[in-house]
Ligand binder design. Structure first.
Ligand code: KIV
Ligand code: ZN
Length: 498
């Protein structure tokens, strides 16, 4: 059996289903181009029938990248397949990913159907998709909890109908690695025409076993893995691309090849995290801030004596490298441009000027400008546009023996309003002042402050979620002053209500 693993990235489809992580078309193109540089074989770009925005994104990604196959998701429904084929029409290489639930839960309680009818619909969907494209992938949703015998019958029938890849999703993240591996082995041994298709894994991380299940699937015969950057995805997420690839690289017993340029991993991870406003947990394997940080004296001493004493991966292999040029308040535009180019940003000269102005402001208040700081500067610049509500000024009084009080001045479609309020801390006081100003019933659902590095002069990133009339709105801002970042992110979310 060929040992090459096809890397199927679904960051832009399954990853993007995370509430609050939606990307616009320009951002999707940026991620798709980076995925192409990373070397993924397939990009699942969206679910075109689900919304005009998704349709447009699949169509634009199809034009923007050349090497990877562009894949579009559908249900086993004719209309979905027609719309997907239309969205893919500019793709150099295209794939339709169609499917239906095969577990008892899905057959009876989701589809209100029976096994024979589902099998028929699966076959019809694959045959219909083959009328539009040659590359058709079939997914058996909730395969993780499907009866193996029935699953094997469905897989045999869809391969006979023309499916070239068969996806075996553990949709609910339920399987143990041994069980998932056995399921793949069962299909290898019991589907007579299995050699006519590639078996694909698609694992969710509800029990923290997505990567283990994926590798178990590969060891038992799967040759495509469906993964996302940073493991993002609904609920506990999908299998993380970086974990699978680096496990393969680190273990000689996993003798598989793939096309990924691992030195692009950190860059891709940061791009996805920044654009999706989805912070990476500090202890996340491979891409977390602490993944290569050795804090204890014994570990530091050990790593200095010999890196492999405590490191199984060379940080350079995933693209962690310090640039020789340190940016300070005295750096010129050329140095900034050079560092941005190293990060993959090519800015027009007017954009560069704007970023440079903001860079100088930041460099005045912060001594080390990190790559993450630069990403935020560029990201904020690219996202700039006229906002309905903007913070004009903020004055806060707080301390151990004072009642925290904030005076907030905002511009609301050009008119300026001011409000003062007190609270149990400077952020609470500022948020109360904002709430009094906007006169809408908004409830803060989530509030997250994250420092990027660890210095007291660091930039704080703030993510908020607010609820208004049953809908959730997301806000984000970054600033060296965390109260300012908090108020800006609160206003960013509230502005979306209008
Ligand atoms: O988890 C799942 O079953 C899926 C399918 C739609 C492929 O994402
Ligand atoms: Zn999924």
């Amino acid at each position: 059996m060929d040992n090459r693993i096809i890397i199927f990235d679904t960051t832009l489809r399954d990853g993007e289903q995370v509430p609050g992580c939606q990307l616009n078309t320009i951002e999707k193109i940026e991620v798709a181009r980076q995925l192409e540089k990373l070397g993924v074989d397939v990009i699942e770009a969206g679910f075109p029938v689900s919304s005009p925005g998704d349709f447009k994104s699949v169509a634009e990604v199809s034009k923007a990248v050349e090497k990877p196959v562009i894949c579009a998701l559908t249900r086993a429904v004719k209309k979905d397949i027609e719309v997907a084929a239309d969205a893919l029409r500019h793709a150099v290489r295209k794939r339709i990913h169609t499917g239906i639930g095969t577990s008892d839960y899905h057959i009876r309680h989701k589809l209100g159907s029976n096994p024979e009818d589902v099998l028929k619909r699966a076959v019809e969907a694959v045959k219909y998709a083959r009328k539009f494209v040659e590359d058709v992938e079939f997914y058996a949703e909730d395969a993780g909890r499907s009866d193996n015998e029935y699953l094997a019958r469905v897989i045999e029938a869809v391969i006979a109908a023309g499916a070239t890849t068969v996806n075996i999703p553990d949709t609910t993240g339920y399987c143990l690695p041994s069980e998932y591996g056995e399921k793949i082995a069962y299909l290898v041994n019991n589907v007579p025409n299995i050699d006519k298709a590639i078996i694909s894994t698609h694992c969710h991380n509800d029990l923290g076993m997505a990567t283990a299940n994926t590798l178990s699937g590969v060891v038992n015969g799967a040759r495509q893995v469906e993964v996302t950057i940073n493991g993002i995805g609904e609920r506990a997420g999908n299998t993380a691309l970086e974990e699978v690839v680096m496990a393969i690289k680190s273990h000689h017993s996993l003798d598989y090849s793939h096309n990924i340029d691992t030195r692009q991993i950190i860059r891709t991870s940061k791009l996805v995290s920044t654009l999706m406003r989805m912070p990476v947990q500090p202890n996340k394997a491979i891409v977390g801030r602490n993944a290569f940080a050795h804090s204890s004296g014994i570990h530091q001493d050990g790593v200095l004596k010999h890196r492999q004493n405590y490191e199984i991966i060379d940080p350079a292999d995933v693209g962690i490298k310090e640039s020789a040029i340190t940016l300070t308040a005295r750096s010129g535009r050329a140095a900034l441009k050079h560092r941005l180019q190293l990060l993959g940003y090519e800015l027009e000269s007017n954009q560069l000027n704007e970023v440079y102005e903001r860079f100088l402001e930041l460099a005045d208040s912060k001594k080390d400008i990190t790559e993450e700081d630069l990403r935020i500067l560029v990201g904020t610049e690219q996202k700039k546009g006229k906002k309905a509500i903007e913070l004009v000024s903020l004055q806060v009084i707080s301390g151990k023996t004072t009642i925290p009080t904030a005076t907030v001045q905002v511009s609301f479609n050009g008119d300026i309003f001011t409000e003062t309020a007190s609270g149990n801390g400077p952020i609470d006081a500022s948020f109360t002042a904002v709430k009094n100003l906007v006169k809408r019933r908004v409830r803060l659902e989530e509030f997250l402050i994250q420092a990027i590095t660890r210095g007291s002069d660091d930039i704080g990133k703030v993510h908020v979620q607010v609820e208004h009339k049953g809908n959730i709105y997301y806000g984000f801002s970054a600033h060296t002053d965390i109260v300012t970042a908090s108020v800006e992110s609160f206003l960013d979310a509230i502005g979306k209500i209008y």
